[in-house]
Write a new protein. Structure first.
Length: 446
């Protein structure tokens, strides 16, 4: 499980700037106006070998003066309750203001590991003003500049020291783990009940009935299966209250836990932008996937071929994912879900011999010349599989920086065309080969 780190503080202290700095790209909107970040932004990132989920939140007002401020407060409260470590950000130029003191009281009462970061310390003169924040009563205090990158390494060291120790790794390869994910009210809980054959989850017409991830263990065809039901993942700006945001974090964690995600969509609404977003996240974390188009009974008059073509066009970045058309309410097509999900799970266990992989990749390189930058061209020295679940392949190359995403996609497609891997993402790792290997390989070819 990835630990969760939440950045909290009053408005306009630089939380989004710090979030972008820690993630390494511009994810949050940064504007020099109070209240720009009205909902939170989340991202998975890696710090010094530890993977974490980082949360950016709106400015916290303990006594909100508007409905919008109340929603921000609810979201921040949810982030605090779910976080493993909290970064409390203040503005060193303003000193410790009354709102900072109130927030500090709230954070001390929650008994969560907290790092107090005094932001906008752009020079040594401003750094010297940090003493004013000792009155907040938080022992871990650092001066940083998120904009200029000052003190960020010290901040990461401090946060890492407070993260919970990772539990011993345990690969439960005998029990497939399936997560049922999707937007609210697409029929996830009803689908779980239809699959499990009994009322294992609450089914209700009100969106968001399932607040937490719920594990259901049952046997299918002699094999034990773990099903993880989750709350609907709402579009940014729609997770208006804290409990919805709490559900969102649980849903993301469920995706991280599973082997195969059953992405449930509503046939009557086609494929929405949020469906695409969820599919992208599942692909990003290299999970297996089955697209389950639910409520097909409501549009069964429409030809499936035309609908399927539109789905394929909308989700062409996951063309390897199987699509099923079902009705959880009436049980139509539900019996196809488990065989297909287990088929994808089996594909994730596939292990290929090194000579077979290496031969295929070298043939692919000959068929389609690798990219070049200036006078330098990418050279693939060796390719082999280094892991399963997800299937992971290592490529020894002369310079990993020469690998263009389009060529990486080409190599992945060649692997799929030859070996299948239906429904599962592949992880391709490009590593720099030693100079001796390069000399030996290219000497042999000469």
């Amino acid at each position: 499980m990835k630990p969760v780190v939440a950045i909290v503080g009053r408005a306009n202290v630089g939380k989004s700037t710090l979030f972008n700095r820690l993630v390494g790209e511009s994810v949050a909107i940064v504007e020099d106006l109070p209240g720009t970040t009205r909902d939170r932004v989340f991202a998975d990132t890696s710090w010094q070998g530890r993977e974490v989920t980082l949360i950016d939140t709106g400015g916290l007002e303990l006594r909100p003066g508007s409905s919008l401020s109340q929603k921000v407060k609810d979201q921040v409260e949810a982030a605090i309750s779910e976080a493993d470590v909290i970064i409390f950000l203040v503005d060193i130029r303003d000193g410790a203001v009354a709102t900072d003191l109130e927030i500090a009281d709230r954070l001390r009462s929650c008994d969560k590991p907290t790092v107090l970061a005094a932001n906008k310390a752009d020079n040594t003169r401003l750094e010297s003003q940090i003493a004013d924040f000792y009155q907040l009563g938080i022992d871990s205090l650092l001066a940083i500049s998120a904009y200029h990158g000052r003190g960020i390494d010290n901040l990461l060291d401090r946060v890492n020291s407070l993260l919970p120790q990772p539990s011993p790794s345990f690969v439960d390869s005998e029990r497939p783990k399936l997560a049922i994910v999707g937007r609210p009210n697409v029929g996830k809980s009803m689908l779980l009940n239809a699959i499990a054959g009994e009322e294992r989850a609450i089914v209700d017409q009100v969106p968001g009935t399932t607040r937490d991830a719920v594990d259901t263990i049952f046997r299918y065809d002699g094999q034990e299966i773990l099903l993880i039901d989750t709350a609907g993942i709402r579009r940014r700006g729609r997770s208006g209250v804290g409990v919805d945001y709490y559900s969102l974090i649980r849903a993301l964690r469920a995706i991280n836990r599973c082997d195969v995600a059953l992405l449930v969509t509503d046939a009557t609404e086609f494929i929405t932008a949020q469906d695409v977003h969820i599919a992208g996240y599942i692909k990003q974390v290299c999970k297996g996937m089955v697209l389950v188009v639910n409520k097909w009974d409501l549009i069964s008059e429409q030809p499936k071929e035309g609908y399927a073509q539109q789905v394929e066009q909308r989700l062409k970045f996951i063309a390897h994912v199987p699509v099923l058309y079902v009705s959880a309410k009436f049980g139509h097509g539900v019996d196809e879900i488990m065989p297909k999900a287990l088929e994808v799970w089996q594909e994730r266990q596939k292990q290929l011999p090194t000579p077979v992989v290496d031969k295929l990749i070298k043939e692919a390189v000959i068929s389609h010349n690798p990219p070049r930058k200036g006078l330098k061209q990418l050279k693939v020295v060796r390719a082999y599989q280094i892991g399963i679940n997800p299937p992971t392949f290592a490529f020894l190359v002369n310079d990993p920086k020469l690998v263009h995403f389009s060529y990486q996609r080409y190599l992945e497609n060649r692997l799929r065309q030859t070996f299948g891997f239906s429904g599962t993402s592949l992880r391709l790792l490009f590593r720099k080969a030693s100079s001796t290997k390069l000399e030996r390989v290219w000497g042999e070819r000469a």
